[in-house]
Every structure is written in C-alpha cells, then in structure tokens.
Write a protein that binds this ligand. Structure first.
Ligand SMILES: NC(=O)c1ccc[n+]([C@@H]2O[C@H](COP(=O)([O-])OP(=O)(O)OC[C@H]3O[C@@H](n4cnc5c(N)ncnc54)[C@H](O)[C@@H]3O)[C@@H](O)[C@H]2O)c1
Length: 340
C-alpha cells in the first residue's frame, strides 16, 4: 500500500512525455519524465496533474490513468492535498509555483532545473520551504543515479586514493544542461563552491541570455577542483591520487582505474553494475519517499540547485571581467538568466 500522494504541476515534456523522444538513446534508463517515475516508484501514487493546457491534461489522463486534473494548480493543491509535488513548468514560474506549494502544506517538492531565473528567487524558494518545514529537492536526478552513487561510495571508501578533481566535457550551456553537472560536482566535492573563473565561447554568449557555453574552473571550499570543458556529449572523470572513474557517453559506460594494494600495478575494470538498475528519476522519487519516512535531507537539495545557478552566473561574470576570479556567494542577488 503506497503511503504518499504525488501530483505533477506542468504536464509537458519533462513532467509527462519526454520518454517518447528518447528511442534513439538506448543507453538511458527510463522513466525520465516525472509522471512515469511516480508510477514506477515504490511508496507513492500519482494522484493528480495540473497544467494550463487542457490538451496536455487530456494526454496526461490517457497516459497515466489519472483523473484528478486541474487547469489551476492552486485549486489542485487545495482539493487534492498531495504530499509530494513535481514542479515541471518552465523556469519563469518555477519560484511562484514552488512557494505556493510550500505555503499550501505539501510535504516535499521535487522541482526541475534550473532552480529559477535569479539568485534572489532561489533564495526566497529555499527560505519559504525551510520556514514551512518542506523538503525541497532539485530534480538534478543524476545525484540519485545508482551508478554514480556507487562511484561516490567507492571514492569515499578511498578506492582511488585522495580525491582531488572532476572534469566534465559537455556541449550544453552552463545555465541549461550543465545544472545537472554542477549539482553532481557539488555532491561529489561534498563542500560549497568558493570561487570560479571562466571563458565563454564568445562575447555574444556572455552578453546574451541563452546558450551560455564555454570553459570554466571551480574551486570548492575543501580544495577539490571542478573543470568544465566545452565539447562532447557528457563525459565526466572523477580523479583521485591513485586512480579515477570515467563516466562516458552520458553516464552509460563506467570504467574504473585503480591499483592493486600490494603490487601497486594499475587495474582497469568495468564499474559499477548495480544488481537492480533503476532510472535516476525513479531513484530520486524513492529517495524523497525515504527522506519523508526518515526526516532526512534529499541527495540534491534546493541549495545545490541555487549553487548551480550561481556558478553559471559567476562564470559569465568572470568572462565579462576578462577572466577574473569570482568569489561565491555573489553579493548581487538580482543576477540570473531571463530564460523560458
Ligand atoms: N531534468 C531534465 O533532464 C530536463 C529535461 C527537459 C526539460 N527540463 C526543464 O523542464 C522545464 C520544462 O520544460 P519542458 O520541455 O517540459 O516544457 P513544456 O513546455 O513541454 O512543459 C511545461 C508545461 O508547463 C505548463 N505550465 C506553464 N505554466 C503553468 C502553470 N502556471 N500551471 C500549470 N502548468 C503550467 C505548460 O502548459 C506546459 O505544458 C524547463 O525549465 C526545462 O529546463 C529538464
């Protein structure tokens, strides 16, 4: 018997339909959209959906057999009283919807990336959720990926020696797809970012609102370094004194290099192979169920989403100032991106 009632606000691609587009990416574990993740996950039932578009709601009903459908998400919150709410609208209304859900008394919010348009909005979302005792998780779902979790546990056991740095090759923008990388870096670094510097692909990219692509470095408070290289389709290396993990091809292939303890000879192995692989989105939903049961923090709290946004803003700022190092947190909270 499921214990928690879940609802989706924003029944579009990431809320409901995105898996339809992924037939050519067999390396992905599904479900990726939020609604099917609730359907698959243990400990939760999908009970309602809200969207401005009636067509989108009809599609949601057909796909997921959910009949509590609303064009006004506030009415849905008041009538259905969901425990967990996914916020998968566009970025423009993310802050408003997250704060309204917290004020309506939900227990947990699972919001897609990026967290918000501005740092000030992100601050307000985190504070509102904290004041209402609501778990606020960012849907940077790689932080729950069973494969990446096994890499993290291995690093923390010391299997690749002293952990020093992370390198990501990716062609996506800092304020878009890289939100996932930055949330993952934060989890592996296990410390907040201290400063960044960056070089964008062009002055136009740094001046514009979209597709902020380029190269950057992040120093975390504990000395761990993160490097963002522009190119490829997401390869990440996690590097230690005595080995490294390579996560290739959008984390479809994992390889570990380490040393035999006695001889110090290098060993290369395929790693890891969880016995029961789940999609990271499903793992995230089940993680939030566990957080609610145990009163614990999610693996990607709102603070990680805010830091991802802040790093993107700071990398752009660094480029604008000719490659200057930018200390975090940034004083000007009005900064951000006018996207979506
Ligand atoms: N985590 C990921 O991997 C991932 C992947 C794709 C998109 N995203 C993010 O998801 C967000 C949504 O993108 P999308 O491609 O799903 O967009 P979309 O347009 O397909 O879906 C957004 C839906 O929100 C609805 N909506 C807007 N305002 C609303 C409101 N006030 N109340 C109820 N519904 C409302 C729209 O009608 C629409 O159906 C974006 O911010 C994007 O960055 C994340």
């Amino acid at each position: 018997m499921a214990s928690y009632r879940a609802a989706v606000i924003g029944c579009g691609r990431i809320g409901s339909t995105i898996d339809d587009e992924q037939v050519n990416r067999p390396q992905f574990r599904y479900p990726w959209a939020h609604a099917p993740a609730y359907v698959e996950a243990k400990g939760v039932d999908l009970i309602a959906g809200a969207d401005l578009s009636r067509d989108q709601l009809e599609d949601f009903k057909q796909r997921w057999n959910v009949t509590a459908l609303y064009t006004d998400y506030k009415e849905m919150l008041a009538k259905e009283k969901p425990d967990i709410v996914s916020v998968t609208t566009k970025t423009t209304e993310r802050a408003e919807v997250v704060m309204a859900a917290a004020e309506a008394g939900v227990k947990a919010i699972y919001a897609t990336k990026p967290i918000s348009r501005t740092l000030a909005e992100a601050d307000a979302m985190i504070e509102t959720c904290r004041n209402h005792g609501v778990i606020f998780a960012m849907a940077c779902h790689k932080n729950w990926s069973p494969w990446l979790q096994m890499c993290l546990q291995s690093i923390r056991r010391g299997d690749i020696g002293e952990f020093s740095s992370m390198v990501a090759n990716y062609s996506w923008s800092f304020n878009g797809g890289h939100s996932h990388t930055l949330a993952l870096f934060r989890q592996f670094a296990d410390a907040p970012a201290k400063w960044v510097f960056g070089h964008m692909n062009s002055d136009e990219a740094a001046a514009g609102e979209k597709d902020l692509q380029g190269t950057g470095m992040i120093l975390y408070e504990n000395g761990i370094r993160g490097f963002l290289n522009n190119g490829g389709w997401l390869n990440i290396d996690f590097i230690g004194r005595d080995g490294w993990f390579s996560c290739r091809n959008e984390h479809a292939d994992f390889e570990m290099w380490s040393r035999y303890p006695d001889t110090r000879e290098p060993i290369r192995r395929q790693f890891p192979n969880p016995k029961r692989p789940r999609s990271s989105q499903q793992a995230a939903v089940e993680g939030i169920v566990k957080n609610l049961d145990e009163g614990t923090e999610p693996l990607c709290p709102g603070e990680y989403g805010r830091e991802a946004l802040e790093i993107a803003v700071a990398l752009r700022e660094s480029h604008r100032r000719g490659g200057e190092k930018i200390d975090l947190p940034m004083a000007d909270r009005s900064l951000g991106f006018q996207i979506d």
